[in-house]
Ligand binder design. Structure first.
Ligand SMILES: NC(=O)c1ccc[n+]([C@@H]2O[C@H](COP(=O)([O-])OP(=O)(O)OC[C@H]3O[C@@H](n4cnc5c(N)ncnc54)[C@H](OP(=O)(O)O)[C@@H]3O)[C@@H](O)[C@H]2O)c1
Length: 262
């Protein structure tokens, strides 16, 4: 089975590396097309896959075509390849904010599956969302396996894609801002900034590991909060200053914004 990736920028590189190191595809069956010769050269040398500057050539024999291009060039690329496509080919779009319906208006014969990873794909730690018009179809299960090579996956209904973008992608920035604030507190208590950041990051990884099995977060909060101790003193001071409320308001502000971006 062959797969073609169109676009080998930030996200395309991560997906190609994930697929090339997985058992799903032989690297010789992965073909990458891009307008950027620099990106193609990098991909060829780092992943051992085939590359081409020609989108039309690239899609000819592939069962799966992954689109990793910016929204502004999506129509251009679809118009370019649409006459080469046959109905058995599946398009997987990672393009943010473009619906299955909009893509199918240009390529009505092909199944379209949307996938939305986050920037941690580069560390194989993405939270990726997959959606299609028929989430029970075996093709969706296979696409989930593909994106499983760059982290965790979740199949969702398409109407949740905007919410998924906020909770699954914008949240990277939300967490890192919280981590920076922790770091600043650490520096004020006497750690060097790099030490404070290292400590905060490892604590974040540890906290996530504690709830990975589905344990409720508050169970682990209770495990750290000794009655009358320093942790509950700190937590309550943060809540009096609106921590939970500020985070929920931030999430909802981002959600309102994403629903109003043209
Ligand atoms: N980065 C992420 O973690 C992430 C997460 C979720 C969703 N997404 C979505 O994924 C898509 C790609 O994002 P990205 O960050 O990887 O973008 P990117 O770094 O800009 O990569 C896009 C690549 O496509 C190439 N390209 C431009 N026009 C082309 C054409 N006509 N045919 C073939 N290739 C073409 C670009 O070449 P040039 O540089 O020469 O233009 C570039 O190498 C976007 O729609 C984004 O919304 C990204």
């Amino acid at each position: 089975m062959k797969v073609t990736v169109i676009g080998s920028g930030n996200l395309g590189k991560s997906i190609i590396a994930g697929l090339a190191s997985s058992a799903l595809f032989d690297p010789k069956n992965i073909l990458v097309a891009d307008k950027s010769n620099e990106n193609l050269e990098f991909i060829k040398n780092s992943s051992g896959v085939s590359v081409t500057p020609d989108n039309n050539n690239a899609v000819k024999d592939a069962k799966w075509i992954i689109l990793c291009i910016q929204p502004r060039v999506l129509k251009l690329v679809l118009d370019e390849i649409k006459d080469q496509l046959n109905p058995d080919q599946v398009l997987i779009s990672t393009v943010t904010g473009v619906s299955i319906d909009e893509i199918n208006k240009i390529v009505p014969e092909n199944k379209v599956i949307r996938a939305m990873p986050n920037t941690a794909a580069i560390k194989q730690q993405s939270m990726s969302f997959i959606t299609s018009l028929d989430n029970e179809h075996e093709d969706v299960a296979f696409v989930e396996k593909m994106f499983g090579t760059i982290g965790k996956t979740m199949i969702i209904e398409e109407h949740l894609m905007q919410a998924a973008t906020v909770l699954g992608a914008s949240s990277t920035a939300f967490f890192l801002r919280f981590l920076r604030a922790l770091t600043q507190g650490g520096v004020q208590m006497g750690f060097h900034p790099h030490e404070a950041q290292e400590i905060s990051a490892q604590v974040a990884i540890g906290a996530a590991a504690l709830i990975e099995d589905g344990t409720h977060a508050e169970v682990e909060v209770d495990n750290v909060t000794t009655p009358q101790g320093c942790t509950i003193e700190g937590l309550n001071a943060m809540e009096h200053n609106g921590l939970s409320s500020a985070v929920i308001k931030g999430v909802m502000a981002a959600y309102q914004r994403i629903n109003n971006i043209n």
